[in-house]
Design a protein around this ligand. Structure first.
Ligand code: PAF
Length: 313
């Protein structure tokens, strides 16, 4: 299968290296020409439990290159999805599809608006990856991935993608009901990401601080009420406990939002707690805790982004 991975962040590099090792023809698309040039010249590196893999990879900042692939895996931050969707709409070949496993809600819809639902696969992954340096990622922890079509049941193409993921060493399953998958992961991020970024603590510490634990519970309850009103069927009967379990299992992790705040980068708050507030408003529901978390993160961002005169990775 010919695959373009869009975005050379931690998850993008993990996918690119593993899928190339499994025999896919992989290219990396970046919006920064300078970085794409350096990656094309020096290759990429993935550290993992048993050592490291260094690979030469095709890398480009030229969106028309997307015309030569069967699958485009979108691994950019959620605030770049609209620009990526526009490029995919222009260049992706008619039989090719896009896959998003990004954090947050709204990515599938943005891609589907540009490509049509039938050309979009979505899902979730709990593979952990950390960006060590440009072109260099660490596979921080193995997880599970669920991949399915934006609408309907998994078809032959979806199964081929899942087979490729399994050949690459990811534990992947084909699944229907992508919104249920995405909202289940979203609720986990709602409970963990903003709080760890605001308090500047590792995920596990949230369970040790009574105030943080309570805020986590309240933010999660609001998101669950919104999700249920949208018709979401969550994957776990006890979602608050599922969120605590992830915080326990990833106790030593620096959440992606805390990494963004620490690096003075724009965060994905609008697509996590922010989207809960937006949907709550549309449904006439209240989400004051998510609103407070969103505003606190936005205030942090405003401080450092204005100072640095930049907003994106
Ligand atoms: O965004 C993240 O950091 C991760 O999705 C999670 C599960 C919260 C673990 O750190």
């Amino acid at each position: 299968m010919r695959v373009w991975v869009i975005g050379p962040g931690a998850l993008g590099l993990l996918m690119a290296v593993r899928l190339a090792e499994a025999g896919a023809e992989v290219g990396l698309l970046d919006h920064r020409p300078g970085r794409a040039g350096r990656l094309a010249e020096s290759g990429v590196c993935l550290e993992h439990g048993e050592g490291e893999l260094r690979l030469p990879l095709k890398a480009s900042a030229h969106p028309p290159d997307l015309a030569h692939c069967d699958l485009a895996i979108v691994c950019v931050k959620a605030y770049h999805t609209a620009a990526v969707a526009e490029a995919l709409g222009r260049h992706l070949a008619p039989g090719a599809r896009a896959l998003t496993l990004q954090n947050g809600a709204g990515n599938v819809e943005t891609l589907a608006a540009a490509l049509g639902r039938e050309r979009v696969l979505g899902g979730i992954t709990s593979e952990g990856a950390t960006l060590v340096a440009e072109g260099h990622a660490r596979h921080a922890g193995t997880g599970q991935s669920f991949i399915g079509p934006a609408a309907g049941e998994p078809d032959a193409f979806c199964h081929q993608v899942v087979d490729l993921f399994n050949a690459a060493g990811f534990a992947a399953q084909a699944a229907a009901g992508v919104p249920n998958l995405i909202w289940t992961k979203l609720v986990i991020n709602v409970g963990i990401n903003a709080l760890t970024a605001i308090l500047d603590v590792n995920n596990g510490v949230l369970l040790e601080l009574a105030g943080a634990r309570r805020l986590m519970e309240l933010a999660v309850d609001e998101a669950l009420a919104v999700g249920r009103a949208l018709g979401i069927e969550f994957l776990h009967a006890d979602m608050p406990e599922a969120v605590r379990q992830v915080a326990r299992r990833t106790a030593a992790n620096i959440s992606s939002m805390r990494q963004d705040v620490r690096a003075a980068r724009r965060t994905e708050i609008d697509f996590i707690n922010g989207i809960v507030c937006q949907k709550a408003a549309e449904l006439n529901l209240a989400a004051p805790i998510n609103q407070a978390l969103t505003l606190l993160i936005k205030a942090r961002e405003e401080g450092y982004l204005e100072q640095a005169g930049r907003g994106e990775t």
